[in-house]
Design a protein. Structure first.
Ligand code: SF4
Ligand code: SF4
Ligand code: SF4
Ligand code: SF4
Lengths: 298, 212
């Protein structure tokens, strides 16, 4: 038996062939090394994300999350839910909190769930993968399997918004959370200090207000470069995509020469644990992390 | 002015604060604001040009009964859900959700700004993900870029071409999704029935408040 078991909520963007599929690949190899068993919640659905607020209204949004809770509870009893996407995690936690504190909302939710033949007894705990790593296992355990420390490499840990606010990781400050820096150091890398660590990248508004979002993203990347970082590291698929895929457009607009790879913490861990470039899903990066590809080949 | 809007305006007469309290998600918090301005200074800097009225001002305007100005404003639609204001507010107002709640209410009344891009995104996203239970990223991208009509869509598509090509090469954008081969839930029927019920219950609850 694995030392820990979780009901896994991958979220839409982490499916095969989707924009964060490389996150999924690296998380799977990371969990294998750490002896963590993650079982996909059968037939899970999209959480709706914050951006659907206008079309969805309140109850339908909670009901979407509630369906996942009910499926996890009945199919994987006793297991906490773990999400890899910061937005999924936040949405699910918000729904859990509201439903547990508002009996009217809960009653309506149960009535709607009945239409899908489901029912909630007790909502499971909901964790982000980062919480599983640092709270359920701890930095010491994460360090044990390190075979190849990422020595001499400089990373800017980009925490962004949603793993940090409003819930945050236990014990971290909103203005300067350090868990991502500590994860980088755990695998032997150097975490550079820089002042845009918790700046919002624009989130979903990168689609609807691209100019304003790209101005935010420019500030983030620029500050990472100015402070000597070679790569950015994120805990969130939307942060990852936003800070990676628009660098070309930002270069055209501002005459900058950005070409900074943006990695998931899980990719760094897989590499430090001795995994191949493929296991770390490095080919999934749009801006290739050449230095890490070489490192993986050594 | 739309019908639903006139009805609500008549129902709540000169009490816009009460209207927001009863009809907008988390609206009951608005009266707790002490106008310190911390939230306004917290919104992402590069979105500032879009904020005609940052949260503090919106809350003041609600109390002053500036109904039309608030509901037709672009401001709430500029919220990126960054939760900066939310964690800093000394009165613990759930500002992010209040902004979303007011925006949603304006949309429900039919008075939200026409062609508001974030409203369009919200509609597209929800319709996309509830159709099969999961997001179809290719269709989502298509509907977003073609919102201004066919030619504008092509132009934007071309601008975005390099972004999309990069994702396809990295196997992170599956063109098959456009043809219906994408990800779906098995119990789509159950999901739709459950959402229809949720919508009905929510409408009932809000109508009951207005009638009370
Ligand atoms: S975060 Fe987005 S993509 Fe992921 S499950 Fe939620 S809505 Fe779907
Ligand atoms: S994508 Fe942007 S808005 Fe979302 S969590 Fe990441 S930094 Fe925040
Ligand atoms: S931070 Fe809170 S109390 Fe201060 S103005 Fe904003 S909403 Fe009001
Ligand atoms: S959550 Fe919205 S209102 Fe609050 S600071 Fe961020 S953008 Fe501004």
């Amino acid at each position: 038996m694995a030392r820990k078991e979780y009901a896994f909520y991958p979220g839409c963007s982490s499916q095969k062939g989707a924009s964060a599929s490389n996150y999924l690949t690296s998380v799977e190899s990371m969990c294998k090394t750490l002896d963590i068993k993650i079982t996909e919640i059968p037939d899970w659905n999209c959480c709706g994300a914050s951006i659907s607020y206008a079309e969805a209204g309140e109850l339908p949004r909670h009901v979407m999350n509630a369906r996942n809770f009910a499926l996890a509870e009945s199919n994987l009893p006793g297991q906490d839910i773990v999400a890899t996407c910061a937005a999924c995690w936040l949405g699910a936690r918000e729904s859990k909190e509201r439903l547990e504190h508002n009996s009217g909302l809960m009653a309506d939710t149960q009535e709607a769930l009945k239409e899908a033949g489901l029912n909630i007894k007790a909502i499971p705990e909901i964790k982000h993968m980062v919480e599983v790593l640092i709270e359920d296992l701890g930095y010491d355990e994460l360090k044990k399997p390190v075979k190849k420390p990422l020595a001499g490499m400089k990373f800017a840990g980009y925490v962004g918004c949603q793993t940090n606010r409003p819930f945050g990781i236990h014990g971290e400050s909103f203005e300067n959370p350090v868990y991502l820096d500590k994860l980088i150091e755990t695998v032997g890398g150097e975490a550079v200090p820089y002042d845009q660590k918790v700046t919002c990248c624009g989130g979903a508004l990168a689609f609807s207000e691209p100019d304003k979002a790209q101005a935010q993203i420019k500030d983030i990347i620029e500050s990472a470069y100015d402070n000597g970082a070679e790569m950015l590291v994120t805990p969130c698929p939307l942060c990852q995509a936003n800070t990676e895929v628009y660098q070309g457009q930002i270069n055209k607009k501002y005459g900058t020469k950005f070409n900074m790879p943006v990695l998931y913490y899980s990719q760094l861990m897989v590499l430090a644990y001795g995994g191949s470039a493929k296991e770390a899903a490095l080919p999934g990066n749009v801006i290739r992390a050449r230095k890490l590809e070489e490192f993986a080949g050594k | 002015m739309s019908n639903a809007n006139e009805q609500m305006a008549a129902r709540y007469k000169n009490n816009f604060l009460k209207e927001i309290e009863e009809q907008a998600e988390m609206g009951e918090w608005v009266k707790m604001c002490m106008q310190c301005g911390v939230c306004s200074g917290s919104c992402p800097t590069n979105f500032h040009p879009g904020w005609d009225h940052p949260p503090q001002e919106i809350f003041m305007m609600i109390r002053a009964g500036k109904r039309e100005e608030v509901l037709t404003s672009n401001s709430m639609w500029m919220c990126t859900s960054c939760y900066n204001c939310y964690v800093r507010c000394p009165r613990k107002l759930p500002i992010t959700h209040i902004m979303h709640g007011i925006a949603e209410y304006a949309y429900r009344l039919g008075v939200a700004p026409k062609f508001q891009p974030t409203l369009h995104l919200s509609q597209t996203f929800w319709n996309n993900c509830t159709k099969t239970g999961r997001v179809n990223e290719v269709k989502l991208t298509q509907s977003l870029y073609f919102k201004d009509g066919f030619m504008a869509g092509i132009k934007k598509g071309l601008e975005m071409k390099d972004v999309a090509l990069g994702l396809v090469k990295a196997k992170r954008l599956n063109i098959m999704e456009a043809l219906g081969g994408g990800h779906k839930c098995k119990d789509i029927k159950g999901i739709q029935a459950m959402l229809a019920k949720a919508k009905e219950l929510e409408a009932k609850r809000k109508a009951a408040k207005a009638a009370a």
